[in-house]
Design a protein around this ligand. Structure first.
Ligand SMILES: [Zn+2]
Length: 262
């Protein structure tokens, strides 16, 4: 019975949603609506806050909040309010953004992102995944078809549902179910994030420095941002190319560079 209901729901979503365009103009198949994704994001964020240690260090929170505020200022109109930013006290080199407007930054990543510009590059990338509906797009594709049926039957709030949700949102590293974003999604998030970085008044070239630092980490790469092992040079070249392109297009700082200090 449950399966029949789920298929019915999927069919309704298929009809009512469908083709969309990402911020870079790429055509997308989106079978999940924003409210559903936001609900998934909110639930996952609550779980993470319960399970991970939230940092109460005022300096660190102020620093991360300062960078986040600046990025949020340059997002598209409808995305400029109601974000929650939480710093997690953990050595993990990790950060994420979720539909439902949640940003998580692990203290471990602050050792890799050497300055506010590099932290802004990470946040721009993560927020880029959200604004480009990458989670929703992922639920709408192939392997995600089954997952979508499970998620459609949201009545089941057990472990299986939670894991499926987490993996779709790129949160699997901590929960053993990481489903990496595709290279298309990673490159697109890099490009979207770079534009925010430039408009927010941060130093564009620091995005390339960030990747050099990330790549120097080597070894295990549990975090979302490194999960697809894109060739480091390709990623850095893509950024260099788009810095030129955006400058040629007249993309520039809409605000002075903020003085975010740790
Ligand atoms: Zn990513």
């Amino acid at each position: 019975m449950k399966k029949i209901i789920s298929l019915g729901l999927a069919a309704v979503l298929l009809v009512s949603l469908g083709c969309a365009k990402s911020p870079t103009g790429r055509s997308q198949l989106i079978l999940f609506d924003g409210d559903k994704m936001a609900q998934m994001g909110l639930e996952s964020f609550e779980t993470i806050k319960q399970e991970q240690k939230v940092s109460t260090d005022p300096k660190l929170n102020q620093y991360v909040g300062c960078v986040a505020d600046q990025i949020i200022k340059v997002l598209p109109d409808e995305w400029r309010s109601d974000w929650e930013v939480v710093v997690f006290d953990s050595e993990q080199v990790n950060a994420f953004a979720l539909p439902g407007r949640k940003i998580g930054v692990y203290t471990g990543i602050l050792n890799v992102a050497e300055n506010a510009d590099q932290l802004a590059a990470i946040m721009g990338h993560e927020v880029g995944h959200v604004i480009a509906s990458h989670g929703a797009e992922r639920v709408s594709h192939n392997t995600a078809a089954q997952m979508a049926l499970k998620l459609g039957a949201a009545a089941t709030q057990g472990t299986e549902y939670q894991q499926a949700t987490m993996s779709v949102l790129g949160l699997g590293a901590q929960y053993g179910v990481l489903l990496p974003y595709s290279r298309t999604h990673e490159s697109e998030a890099d490009v979207i994030g770079l534009k925010y970085l430039m408009q927010a008044g941060f130093k564009a070239e620091e995005s390339m420095e960030l990747w050099k630092n990330m790549n120097a980490l080597g070894g295990e790469r549990p975090m979302e941002i490194l999960s697809t092992h894109p060739a480091p040079d390709t990623r850095i070249n893509n950024l260099a190319e788009h810095i030129e392109k955006f400058r040629a297009q007249g993309v520039k700082a809409l605000y002075p560079r903020p003085n975010c200090r740790r």
